[in-house]
Design a binder for this molecule. Structure first.
Ligand SMILES: NC(=O)c1ccc[n+]([C@@H]2O[C@H](COP(=O)([O-])OP(=O)(O)OC[C@H]3O[C@@H](n4cnc5c(N)ncnc54)[C@H](O)[C@@H]3O)[C@@H](O)[C@H]2O)c1
Length: 450
């Protein structure tokens, strides 16, 4: 595809074409990563369909309903072709991607057979890992370093080697590693400026988690970065500022996939119809390695915070104290090994209707964790690469659609309503390509002057 241009608020930019190879860097090569990589190879061979992926399957309306056109998103914006992607990543386990896919038992062995050779060729590089941040697992494939700056430099070396060996044109990184423990340290002075962070890395400051070192390495090298888990990583002010300076797009955090996806679909509907809420109890059982890590209360706390925050911003408790000022919201995740990756989520929702009458809604979602997450990783990588070629850098709030706790400018509130997020994403794509934003009011059809 040739060069595209866009104009917004007097800003006219060129979108560089997606030529050459795109390198995908994945810290953490467990269930989500192996399902994502295997899926891309299966799709490329015409053996599977990219269900769940907006970039591959969704169409976008352009123009008025009376004269609408609906191109596929991937034909509308210049995205990288799936055949031009190369994969690399890190893990504490030294099993190759094929073995990792067998271990997590998401895709059947017989389906993996046709991409076995490609998956076996992907072997994780030794990880920067610290057990203080992820307690319930351990593995041998780890780097040795004297301090956290040296650890980040080793990651950068891996990235350079990957780029050279694969002949890559561009790269994007998505953290698919385990959920690190919760720390309320966003405002710590070490995270406010890049100078402060670099000094703290040299001083080996204990609260700097490995995920932040991967984020630092990526942003320092001009590589786009997304955080798929809830822990604090690329969004601290020091790294968000560095991303703007180095013209790197960043996004996060915590993939929105199962129960929270449903919550952000149902809650906007209840609110739109002004139905009140008394309580929302959410419980999950899952038995994969992610569940094992989340069995540690401090890692679970990271998840609890991102999962809990969504209702508040959708229901706007402050504007509707009568309807949403006093509901009870509880989220539980229980590790239950027999289920493996086949998570089950139960929701009990106590709602209030006309004259204060109580009603209940029950949701039982029998889902597949990594099957829901893999297309999210694909879309994020492709859209971050697009953003970087379009000269969009820093926090990419238009990608909120994919996250439980979307990062945004500190003075703004995150947007969690899936339908608003969908509009944000689609209108951003329209703006990028110089198309009219669609407001769905429909008033223009009745305007006699038009
Ligand atoms: N699957 C979903 O629906 C979903 C939704 C939201 C968020 N997430 C998050 O995505 C992440 C990945 O999920 P998963 O199911 O693939 O988990 P997983 O346990 O199968 O894989 C994570 C991998 O990360 C590795 N790892 C941990 N710390 C590392 C480090 N410092 N460097 C390199 N590797 C490291 C682990 O060894 C493990 O193999 C988790 O944080 C999870 O909470 C998943």
């Amino acid at each position: 595809m040739g060069e595209a241009t866009y104009e917004y608020r007097g800003l006219r930019k060129e979108i560089k074409p997606a030529k050459g190879k795109l390198g995908v860097l994945l810290p953490g090569m467990g269930a989500v990563s192996s399902t994502f990589i295997a899926g891309v190879y299966l799709i490329n061979k015409g053996l599977a369909e990219p269900y769940g992926s907006v970039t591959q399957l969704s169409r976008i309306r352009l123009g008025k309903r009376t004269n609408a056109s609906y191109p596929l998103v991937k034909d509308f914006v210049p995205l990288a072709d799936l055949k031009d992607i190369a994969f690399g990543g890190w893990d504490i386990y030294d099993e190759n991607c094929y073995q990792a896919a067998l271990t997590c038992e998401v895709i059947d062995k017989k389906d993996l057979a046709s991409v076995q050779r490609e998956l076996e060729a992907i072997k994780p590089w030794p990880a920067v890992f610290e057990n203080e941040f992820v307690r319930n697992i351990s593995g041998p494939n780890r780097k040795k370093y004297k301090n956290k700056m040296e650890a980040a430099e080793l990651i950068m070396k891996d990235i350079e080697t990957f780029k050279r060996e694969q002949g890559l044109d561009r790269m994007a990184m998505c953290w698919c590693g385990s959920t690190e423990i919760y720390q309320d340290v966003r405002n710590h002075e070490a995270f406010q400026t890049i100078e402060g962070l670099e000094k703290a890395m040299k001083d080996n400051l204990a609260i700097i988690p490995p995920s932040m070192l991967y984020a630092y390495a990526a942003i320092r090298m001009g590589v786009a970065y997304a955080n798929g888990s809830p822990n604090l990583s690329g969004e601290v002010p020091a790294l968000a500022d560095l991303a703007v300076k180095n013209r790197v797009p960043i996004a996060g955090k915590d993939f929105k996939t199962g129960q929270t996806l449903m919550k952000t679909i149902v809650a906007p509907g209840l609110k739109a119809r002004m139905l009140g809420l008394k309580g929302w109890f959410s419980c999950n059982i899952l038995g994969n390695r992610d569940g094992q890590v989340l069995d540690d209360p401090d890692s679970f706390r990271s998840k609890e915070v991102t999962k809990s925050s969504v209702l508040e911003s959708i229901l706007q408790n402050d504007l509707y104290p009568g309807l949403y000022g006093d509901y009870y919201h509880k989220v539980r995740i229980e590790y239950y090994p027999p289920r493996g990756d086949a998570k089950e989520g139960w929701d009990n929702i106590d709602i209030v209707g006309w004259l204060g009458q109580p009603m209940q809604l029950k949701i039982n979602f029998l889902c597949r964790d990594s099957i829901l997450a893999a297309p999210v990783v694909l879309d994020l990588i492709l859209f971050l690469d697009l953003a970087q070629r379009a000269g969009m850098h820093g926090i990419q709030e238009w990608l909120s659609f994919y996250f439980k706790e979307p990062i945004c400018r500190p003075d703004l509130k995150p947007e969690n309503d899936l339908f608003v997020q969908d509009q944000k994403l689609r209108n951003t794509l329209r703006i990028i390509m110089g198309e009219e934003v669609i407001d769905h009011s429909g008033l223009d059809y009745y305007d006699k002057g038009a």
